[in-house]
Every structure is written in structure tokens, then in C-alpha cells.
Design a protein around this ligand. Structure first.
Ligand SMILES: Cc1cc2nc3c(=O)[nH]c(=O)nc-3n(C[C@H](O)[C@H](O)[C@H](O)COP(=O)(O)O)c2cc1C
Length: 204
């Protein structure tokens, strides 16, 4: 068995890198070329952000730096460690919680870290790479391990690499790896006129 292809089944045409992005748990051991990794981070850099505050930071470790790879990995919850340890690259994202121009709270900080992560994920898909983002992390452990300053919050973990053979996964995870990707229909979240009233644009 090789890595599955899991393109989205869409109700309207979308760009192929959007439909071909997905979140694997089985990764190939093949390292990610440093120039591709740099492009992924460059894509993140060009995300839009409120007041152009660019609140994102990334702590990145590749397997050829085993000590730092392990330090990042150990900030993930055990379940996520169990599969993410096979990825060639792991990362943590963090948000700067204040606007640099006036020191006021930035309520869009997490939103914009998410935009940067989405850019990174799409650039990865363009290269045949995939990322798997994780809420299952220990942010306080990450803060202590990496000396994250007080005005920052650690947001998420990322495992990154070329998708691998799901046969390497335990049974339950293999099933999830091979299952079809699902989404709510557009009419469930695109409204017009009144909250909950599906927009005519997306009525089936
Ligand atoms: C912010 C965020 C947190 C997530 N947390 C986890 C996690 O802790 N563990 C996990 O296995 N998957 C996690 N996921 C992956 C989602 O379950 C996955 O994106 C979702 O099921 C949709 O699948 P797709 O990305 O393949 O389209 C997370 C995804 C995001 C964006």
C-alpha cells in the first residue's frame, strides 16, 4: 500500500492544491528538502494579518537535529506523539497577543496565526508534502521548554512531511487515514438575511 490520495469531493470547482491538502498521520521517512521547507515558511510569511501585525512565530525542528526534534515532539500530547514522531519535521506555532503599533490586545492574533498555517499547508500540498496541525499540545510545557515570552501564546503543533504508507499505523488510525474526508454542506454555515437562514447562493 502507498500513501492515499484524499482529494476533497467538492460542490463547486476549487483550486487543486486546496482539494488535495489533507492531514495525514502516516509520514514517509524521506526528509523534506531544506529549500522546500523554506518556501513553506515563506508562504506563511505572506499571510494577511490585522494591521499587518504578523503575529505568528514558528519553532521548527527536523529529524537531522534529533535533540530539538524530541523537545518539540514532547510538547505534543501522547496520542499525537505516537504518530507524529515518524514525521521528518515537527513544529509549534505561537501568537503575539498584542498589536506592535499600540500595545493593545490583538483579538485577531490566533486568527492570523491560522492564516499563516493555512498558507504553509497549501504550499506544502503544492510540493506533494502535507502537514497535520494539532490542538493536542501542552502549551505551558512548550513555553518552558523554548522560553516563549509572556506576551505570546503557543497555539498549535504541526507534523510535516511526505505522506506515507498507512499500513504502518495501528488499526484504528489506519482506518481513519483511509476514510473519506467529510465536510458540512455550504448551506449549514453560509447565511443570508438572518442567522441560520441558508443563503440562496449555496442552496442545494
Ligand atoms: C487547529 C487544528 C487542531 C487539530 N488538532 C488535531 C490533533 O490534536 N490531533 C489530530 O490527530 N488531528 C488534529 N487536527 C486535524 C483535524 O482533525 C483535521 O484537519 C480534520 O479532521 C479535517 O481533515 P483534513 O485536514 O484531512 O481535511 C487538527 C486540525 C487543526 C486545524
Amino acid at each position: 500500500m502507498t500513501a492515499p490520495h484524499k482529494p476533497a469531493s467538492t460542490s463547486a470547482p476549487i483550486h487543486h492544491i486546496i482539494s488535495h491538502r489533507w492531514s495525514p498521520r502516516a509520514f514517509d521517512s524521506r526528509p523534506v528538502e531544506p529549500e522546500k521547507l523554506r518556501s513553506l515558511l515563506e508562504a506563511a510569511r505572506w499571510a494577511a494579518s490585522a494591521y499587518n501585525a504578523q503575529p505568528w512565530s514558528f519553532i521548527v525542528a527536523t529529524k537531522d537535529d534529533p535533540e530539538n526534534f524530541q523537545r518539540v515532539l514532547e510538547c505534543f500530547v501522547e496520542f499525537n506523539q505516537s504518530w507524529a514522531r515518524h514525521a521528518p519535521v515537527v513544529a509549534l506555532t505561537a501568537a503575539f497577543l498584542k498589536f506592535p503599533h499600540n500595545g493593545q490586545p490583538n483579538r485577531y492574533a490566533f486568527h492570523d496565526v491560522g492564516q499563516a498555517a493555512a498558507n504553509l499547508a497549501l504550499q506544502a500540498a503544492e510540493f506533494g508534502l502535507q502537514i497535520h496541525q494539532m490542538a493536542g499540545i501542552d502549551p505551558e510545557k512548550a513555553r518552558k521548554t523554548f522560553g516563549v515570552p509572556p506576551d505570546y501564546e503557543v497555539v498549535s503543533g504541526i507534523a510535516l512531511g511526505y505522506p506515507g504508507d498507512p499500513a504502518a499505523l495501528p488499526d484504528q488510525l489506519r482506518e481513519r487515514e483511509l476514510a473519506a474526508r467529510e465536510r458540512k454542506p455550504l448551506a449549514a454555515f453560509v447565511y443570508a438575511g438572518q442567522w441560520g437562514n441558508p443563503s440562496p447562493l449555496v442552496k442545494p
